[in-house]
Design a protein around this ligand. Structure first.
Ligand code: CU
Ligand code: ZN
Length: 204
């Protein structure tokens, strides 16, 4: 083959490759358009593009002591038809009642727990007791420690949820040194924070 003929055949090959390279994306576009039009015919316009997030059925907060305290505990939150079932088991408390709240931020980084912010109050209500008509979503009243310093509580609370504006996921449980008087604003005069734990999604 002469030098000229070799060049010519290479040019032909290149032209052929260019044609192929051009036609493949064109075919893909046509195929995708076909798919899209058929899927829009089938799917309802209200259907979201991504599947919905899996439903959360259980959450947990592991309570760690703030500086100068030794309070530990576990609080679980479980979805029930009537609301969220709260089960608390807290140890190394002073005997008596202690404010028990959900605070706005799931941030226990400060030595004194103040990084958790104020009471979780997405509905703009005044502070109150758990059974008060007007209360913060985070107002869970008090837990009472026995002579050994252990406090256990279990109740279902209809104000708490795992989704929407009242979702408690990613917020914090705080236990206070003193009792919540259920009326003082803005937080029941319950004193310093002795334990803090972030509410996270738990295995069902
Ligand atoms: Cu509190
Ligand atoms: Zn409150």
């Amino acid at each position: 083959m002469s030098q000229g003929a070799l060049h010519q055949s290479q040019r032909r090959k290149t032209r052929a490759m260019r044609r192929t390279a051009f036609s493949i994306p064109l075919l893909l576009v046509v195929a995708m358009m076909g798919c899209r039009s058929s899927s829009t015919n089938q799917a309802s316009p209200s259907q979201p593009a991504t599947p919905p997030a899996p439903e959360i059925t259980k959450a947990i907060a592991v309570l760690h002591p703030t500086k100068g305290h030794d309070v530990h505990g576990i609080v679980t939150f479980t979805r029930t038809p009537g609301g969220i079932r709260v089960v608390a088991d807290v140890q190394n408390l002073e005997p008596g009642a202690h404010g028990f709240h959900i605070h706005e931020y799931g941030d226990c980084s400060a030595d004194d727990g103040t990084s958790a912010g104020g009471h979780f109050n997405p509905t703009g209500m005044p502070h109150g007791g758990r059974h008060a008509e007007k209360r913060h979503v985070g107002d869970l009243g008090n837990i009472t420690a026995d002579a050994s310093g252990r406090a256990r509580a279990e109740f279902v609370d209809a104000h708490l949820s795992f989704e929407g504006t009242t979702s408690i996921i990613g917020r914090a449980v705080i236990i206070h040194a003193r009792a919540d008087d259920l009326k003082s604003q803005p937080s029941g005069a319950a004193g310093p924070r002795v334990a803090c734990g972030v509410i996270g999604i738990a295995k069902p």
